[in-house]
Design a protein around this ligand. Structure first.
Ligand SMILES: Cc1ncc(COP(=O)(O)O)c(C=O)c1O
Length: 368
């Protein structure tokens, strides 16, 4: 069989190895947190926020964000229907209800028009996703939030390095959240990050993230219920090296996307999911939509890919169809992405030949 073309996978250099070894050798005792502190400083500098807190996963960062905004039962949070379920469940953990609305057909991010029509007197916040590294329409979303006095959480899990009007995603809302999960652009296996510009919210999150510990009356004293959500130093050592290389990683992903786009540009019925003007996608997962003119079944294409050892992904199933979540709206654009969307392989070890082969197999399936 032809060699595997994995869906995702990291770029690991000597820098990552050196940092982890440094963590193993030196990251204990009084320096037990040295890489965590450096990581938090460097990622907030990079993204242009005042504060950052490293967490064990992005899901936990999003849960912290929801806790800090005091979300609770009877509150509603307007959220995209098209995401990994962590986005909605982070809201559900607090007892609040995610209201799942449709996406914009060009970016697969939440459609601001759908946010507006879903607002009720119970709405407290908007939880948007910068889907697959393509920025959401932050100007429109922030204007709606301002008009209706809503909080904003950016789920930027795969989108480190993406920009909207020259500003990094994750720095617009009350909170921004990133993931370092193994399939993301910057990778540690499991890992997350919470960003904010708000000192009060930061201090609240700091208490929550480490069991409410204050040491106020004694060592190990805790004043309020908290969670053990912090990132370990060894994970942070790896994350630090990846964050210091993020511009290189973004360039790599953008070149992969460019080659896919060039190869597929003349093929009728293929719509690439692309950045809008004045934005920069990191193209963590280069994705496309098969337009209705294409009669080949999407799942047959994925099956053919698998037979050729190409690992691609279907679009996310709509979360509103899950028995654990509530369906409020029909979301036809998300349904289309679910049924006719494909995310193409873009691991760091992919070669131009691999990309050309994926495109050749895709075109073959479409034309036969
Ligand atoms: C859009 C989105 N949000 C949240 C997450 C959760 O990230 P983590 O696995 O770090 O909790 C993911 C991970 O796949 C994701 O894709």
């Amino acid at each position: 069989m032809r060699k595997k073309i994995p869906f995702a996978g990291p770029s690991i250099t000597q820098k990552e190895i050196d940092y982890v070894i440094d963590g193993v050798k030196n990251g204990f005792y009084e320096t037990f947190n040295m890489h965590v502190e450096k990581l938090e400083t460097e990622i907030s500098d990079y993204c242009g926020t005042e504060y950052a807190i490293a967490t064990h996963t992005c899901t936990l960062a999003m849960h912290l964000a929801c806790l800090c905004l005091d979300l609770k039962e009877d509150d509603e949070v307007i959220c995209t229907d098209f995401s990994w379920v962590a986005t909605a469940y982070a809201i559900s953990y607090t007892g609040a209800t995610p209201i799942l609305v449709d996406i914009d057909p060009d970016t697969w991010c939440i459609d601001p028009k759908k946010i507006k029509s879903a607002i009720t007197n119970k709405t407290k916040a908007i939880m948007l996703v910068h889907s697959f590294g393509v920025p959401a329409k932050m100007d429109e979303i922030m204007a709606i939030a301002k008009e209706y006095n809503l909080k904003v959480i950016e789920d930027a899990a795969p989108s480190l390095g993406a920009e909207f009007n020259g500003k990094k995603v994750g720095s617009f809302g009350d909170f921004g959240c990133f993931s370092f999960h193994g399939a993301k652009i910057a990778v540690t296996g499991e890992g997350g990050m919470l960003l904010t510009n708000n000192k009060k919210l930061y201090e609240k999150a700091r208490l929550f993230v480490a069991m409410g510990r204050t040491d106020r009356k004694a060592v190990f004293w805790s004043d309020s219920i908290g969670y053990q959500y912090t990132m370990g130093n060894l994970t942070a050592a790896l994350a630090l090296a990846q964050v210091q290389r993020i511009e290189e990683l973004v360039s790599m992903k953008r070149s992969i996307f460019d080659r896919y786009e060039k190869n597929l540009s003349g093929i009728e019925g293929i719509k690439m999911i692309k950045e809008k003007e004045n934005t920069r996608a990191n193209y963590c997962y280069p994705s496309l939509l098969l337009q209705p003119s294409i009669k080949t079944n999407r799942d047959d294409i994925l099956k053919h890919f698998k037979e050729n050892n190409i690992h691609a992904r279907p679009g996310f199933p709509r979360m509103s169809e899950f028995p654990s979540l509530k369906k409020t709206y029909e979301n036809p654009v998300a349904e289309m992405a679910e049924k006719r969307g494909i995310s193409l392989p873009s691991a760091a070890n992919i070669t131009n030949n691999d990309i050309d082969f994926v495109c050749e197999r895709l075109i073959y399936m479409i034309k036969n």
